[in-house]
Design a protein around this ligand. Structure first.
Ligand SMILES: NC(=O)c1ccc[n+]([C@@H]2O[C@H](COP(=O)([O-])OP(=O)(O)OC[C@H]3O[C@@H](n4cnc5c(N)ncnc54)[C@H](OP(=O)(O)O)[C@@H]3O)[C@@H](O)[C@H]2O)c1
Length: 239
């Protein structure tokens, strides 16, 4: 049975992807620091406690996983954090946390699993963001981490395509998840103004179900209308 590894599987998009890949028949391993956030359980789903910013822990957990499974078909680099606001007031520790979580961890984890993905002619799936494509104010550092992940995915594909590895980058726009719990804004509530974690998970499931020889390298997912809701203030259209 094929094995998938999803980082940031305790919540939001990662949780939906893990559940969707289980549904597709994978044995799924999910990394996160706190799996107590979700009651999701399945015989083919194994939650693993792992802080992806701790490179030693990330490599040890992954070595154990690969020993246990003997192989890997799909790696989903999804774990991520976002802090927003004027860059002049952004705490340096927050900048570091975003870079470590959103960019360094995916590159290290891809490095640790790439030989196995070559052997299985598997997939690296990176969850970037439309912030990688549309730079805007109050998210310069976050957008930079996602632009870095975008660049990493494009360059990696050009390097490993000959060995059969598929590299897919997703660029979701505002998705309703706990990602915005600490922010002073969030996506709109109406269905036409946000995307759902399940939409992103469906796109991932489709991307990893292509015939050999076809690669969906980039997927941009946007709501029909975009709306940023300032918490405690009236709604305004984003564009
Ligand atoms: N929501 C959006 O609008 C949106 C749009 C575009 C892209 N994205 C991207 O989608 C990804 C998932 O975000 P989400 O919206 O699903 O947010 P979320 O609900 O807050 O989930 C974030 C996940 O990342 C995990 N995580 C964070 N830091 C971690 C660490 N150091 N080690 C291990 N796991 C860690 C969290 O688990 P623990 O806290 O339990 O460790 C959680 O499972 C992120 O990369 C985000 O940038 C989100």
């Amino acid at each position: 049975m094929d094995v998938a590894l999803v980082t940031g599987a305790s919540s939001g998009i990662g949780l939906a992807i893990a559940a969707r890949l289980v549904e597709s028949g994978y044995n799924v391993y999910g990394y996160a620091r706190d799996h107590g956030k979700t009651s999701y359980r399945h015989a083919r789903y194994k939650p693993v406690e792992c802080d992806v910013t701790d490179t030693r822990v990330l490599l040890d957990r992954t070595e154990d996983l690969l020993k246990e499974t003997g192989g890997l078909k799909v790696l989903v680099n999804n774990a991520g954090v976002g802090f927003f606001g004027p860059h002049a007031t952004m705490a340096p520790g927050r900048i570091e946390t975003m870079v470590r979580t959103n960019l360094i961890a995916p590159m290290v984890l891809t490095r640790a699993t790439l030989r196995h993905l070559e052997a299985s002619r598997g997939y690296v799936v990176n969850i970037a963001s439309t912030a990688a494509l549309n730079p805007g104010p109050f998210g310069a550092a976050y957008g930079a981490t996602k632009a870095g992940l975008h660049q990493f995915g494009q360059a990696l594909f050009s390097e490993v395509r000959k060995s059969g590895v598929r590299v897919v980058t997703l660029y979701p726009d505002m998705t309703r998840t706990p990602f915005y719990d600490g922010a002073d804004f969030e996506p709109g509530e109406e269905p036409g103004t946000h995307i759902t974690p399940e939409c992103v998970a469906d796109a991932v499931a489709q991307a990893v179900d292509q015939r050999e020889g076809t690669v969906i390298t980039q997927i941009v997912i946007r709501p029909q209308r975009t709306q940023v809701v300032r918490k405690g203030k009236p709604r305004r259209e984003k564009d």
